[in-house]
Design a protein around this ligand. Structure first.
Ligand code: ADP
Ligand code: MG
Length: 246
């Protein structure tokens, strides 16, 4: 690919006190691609994707998004990143005291400057796209986990982000609703949404990922296309991890 990556990390480091959570992470995410991050619990997957939108601030290294290098000490740059890069969490993180519609219009009105009418029209169109138009006036608590997660995904889309990060989006869901959420994510991938996805859904990774990245102990051990990484992992650490899944 000739164009520069949409997201580029070089030598990213993160410590929590004396504990080093990320060691020299280099990662490129091409525009329109899906990168799946896998690895054991505690390997730094959440910390890494949180660095990409500034929820966690790296201590060292460089991060650039859409050709713009983020000055690690520049609060304004991190704020901009939070607007540009969407995030979907395991626990949905919807505002429980706001209706689905308000959950989806709040940030676009405040941060993108949309009028209420524009934000609501956009929200209703996005909800329709994931089969939830009839839930617009409900509170999140009245929805199933899978429905709440689909709302969380379209809430992220409502900000028209350059990329969306997913941190174990189906880990808290019942098996029957996981399928619906993965279907939505598959649709986004087909539409060319740039996505970085932490997941244990290896079927999804095999089918949808352009690249799979295996992390252990705060470092990237290896990465490659799903066929190569799952079919012929190079490192013993990766082989051991994958063998536990079968
Ligand atoms: P994963 O998502 O792969 O399970 P995490 O990125 O959540 O891993 O965590 C990586 C390591 O960093 C773990 O050892 C975890 O305990 C530690 N860690 C993560 N966040 C914090 C924090 N805010 N304070 C201290 N340690 C943290
Ligand atoms: Mg995690």
């Amino acid at each position: 690919m000739s164009a520069e990556p949409l997201i580029s990390l070089r030598g990213l480091e993160k410590r929590f006190g004396a504990f080093q959570a990320l060691h020299g992470i280099d990662l490129d995410v091409e525009a329109g691609s899906v990168v799946v991050l896998i690895g054991p619990s505690g390997s730094g997957k959440s910390t890494l994707i949180r660095c990409i939108n500034g929820l966690v601030r790296p201590d060292a290294g460089s991060l650039s998004v859409a050709g713009r290098s983020v000055d690690l000490g520049d609060e304004g740059a991190w704020q901009r990143l939070r607007t540009e890069i969407g995030m979907v969490f395991q626990d949905y993180a919807l505002f429980p005291h706001l209706t689905v519609l308000r959950n989806m219009t709040l940030a676009p009105m405040r941060r993108l400057g949309l009028s209420r009418a524009e934000a609501e029209a956009q929200a209703r169109a996005l909800l329709a796209r994931v089969g939830l138009a009839h839930k617009a006036e409900d509170f999140p608590g009245a929805l199933s986990g899978g429905q709440q997660q689909r709302v969380a995904i379209v809430r992220a889309l409502a900000m028209r982000p350059k990329a969306i990060l997913f941190d174990e989006p189906t880990s808290a869901l019942d098996p029957e609703t996981i399928v619906d959420v993965l279907d939505v994510m598959r649709g986004l991938a087909r539409d060319g949404t740039t996505m970085v996805v932490v997941t244990h859904e290896m079927g999804f990774a095999r089918e949808v990922a352009d690249r799979v990245v295996f992390m252990a102990e705060g470092a990237i051990v290896e990465e490659g296309p799903p066929d190569a990484l799952f079919g012929a992992p190079l490192h013993a650490r990766t082989q051991a991890f994958l063998s536990l899944l079968r």
